[in-house]
Design a protein around this ligand. Structure first.
Ligand SMILES: Nc1ncnc2c1ncn2[C@@H]1O[C@H](COP(=O)(O)OP(=O)(O)OP(=O)(O)O)[C@@H](O)[C@H]1O
Ligand SMILES: [Mg+2]
Length: 408
């Protein structure tokens, strides 16, 4: 009696589990169909959300997406893609990354505040933005807001400093100054400054001019298309040490370039995680996340509020980990922020790329480790980095380090 009762209980439990599993499957099945319009993964045009605010977004890469010149790689598709990153191919088989410009909740916040932001009626139509006259001012407002935001609070987006009005010259370099369409370009820029300035940055410092950033394919609505430039360094920590040394060389070169290469602006990158630097099979590196950065105009005339403008700013000890003061960076014509950050990636407290240094290297070149420490904690990082560049160059030409049977 009790045995058959137990069996009945077991059977019931089993049935319950099967029903639960089937329900979960059915829910995710319908969610997938509802959200993305099919089981093969999202349809690319749905990802753009262009209908939400056609006036707000760029459309440069829409024709390629509409005509299937760029297709999504469904093998990489993941329904719980919190990062909003998708992978795809062009017709000529070039791998591309399709990036939503922000997380879904940020985009929703942007949509919800759109009318209010432009002081339009709550049920405004986004097309009304094209009638606005104060767009220039609005652009400046966003950047000013980021500039005055206290360091201690989470901040988002572009900081243009020391004076926000440099923004106009900054965007001129890629704006299409033709009369027609000019206003919509400005609204696009306002949108990008509001949610993610990366498409602007990728056009001001393009890969075609030697910057270590992905080639920019264009935007369509909320989707940005860039070239796929390799795997993140965080996934390459097991490669041979000499390859890490090559990455290190490129990272230091990039830090110098972002600081010195542009004849008008410096670019201080704020997010130096190993996830945001990718490397290709030739060990060339690319900075793929340019959402959070400080752009400094070197050519301003300092007013009374900038008494120390012509002095260099060297990062002070601000506590453990990756901390910095945007305020101080912006008050000086030159800061060693990028150099410190690069050395922090190579030798800092959080998964340092070059450590442990192989024993053979340490015994033949004990000064290498010392130089890395000097770069992290010393007085003159510009000097330390240029010495590091020389030592690394010399090491990369040493067959004992890079040749057959190289140190690991
Ligand atoms: N151009 C690219 N080439 C290769 N991989 C890329 C590229 N762009 C992005 N990725 C991959 O996608 C990941 C996320 O990209 P990205 O850092 O831009 O997104 P994110 O949403 O800003 O992430 P987070 O805010 O967490 O840093 C990167 O860590 C990298 O692995
Ligand atoms: Mg990132």
């Amino acid at each position: 009696m009790s045995e058959s009762y137990n069996r009945m209980l077991l059977r019931r439990r089993f049935c319950k589990r099967v029903v639960l599993l089937l329900t979960a499957f059915a829910v995710s099945f319908y969610a997938s169909v509802l959200l993305f319009g099919g089981l093969k993964g999202p349809q690319v045009m749905r990802l753009t959300d262009l209908h939400r605010c056609p006036a707000c977004y760029g459309v440069t890469v829409c024709p390629e997406l509409y005509s299937n010149q760029i297709t999504l790689d469904s093998s990489h598709w993941n329904m719980f893609n919190a990062k909003n990153i998708y992978y795809g191919y062009t017709k000529s088989n070039r791998r591309v990354v399709l990036k939503k410009l922000a997380h879904n909740w940020e985009l929703k916040e942007f949509d919800d505040n759109l009318c209010n932001n432009w002081r339009l009626k709550l049920d405004c139509k986004s097309i009304q933005l094209l009638n606005m006259t104060n767009i220039d001012e609005k652009l400046l407002k966003i950047v000013e807001f980021n500039l005055t935001w206290p360091d201690t609070e989470p901040r988002k987006g572009l900081v243009m400093c020391p004076y926000a009005y440099s923004l106009y010259d900054f965007i001129q370099s890629f704006l299409n100054n033709k009369r027609e369409g000019y206003k919509s370009e400005l609204i696009n820029i306002w949108t990008m400054l509001s949610i993610n300035p990366e498409p602007i940055i990728l056009q001001v410092i393009p890969k075609s001019k030697g910057w270590p950033v992905p080639p920019f394919g264009g935007v369509c609505g909320r989707l940005e298309v860039v070239g796929h430039e390799g795997e993140p360094l965080s996934a390459l920590l097991d490669v041979a040490w000499h390859r890490k040394l090559k990455y290190a060389q490129n990272i230091l070169d990039a830090a110098m370039d972002f600081t010195f290469k542009h004849d008008r602006f410096r670019f201080y990158l704020m997010d130096w995680s190993l996830d945001n630097i990718v490397a290709n099979e030739k060990d060339e590196i690319t900075f793929v996340d340019l959402e959070d950065l400080v752009v400094l105009d070197k050519h301003i005339s300092p007013k009374k509020d900038l008494p120390d403008w012509y002095k260099r700013y060297s990062r002070e000890v601000m506590g453990p980990g990756f901390t910095f003061s945007i305020e101080n960076m912006c008050r000086h014509h030159l800061s060693d922020h990028n150099l410190w950050a690069a050395c922090y990636v190579l030798a800092g407290d959080e998964s340092p790329l070059l450590y442990p240094i192989p024993k053979d290297v340490n015994s033949t070149r004990p000064h290498f480790d010392r130089l890395l420490s000097t770069c992290l904690n010393g007085e003159d990082r510009f000097l330390a980095v240029s010495k590091l560049q020389q030592v690394i160059e010399e090491m990369l030409s040493d067959q004992k380090i890079v040749g057959f049977g190289a140190v690991r």
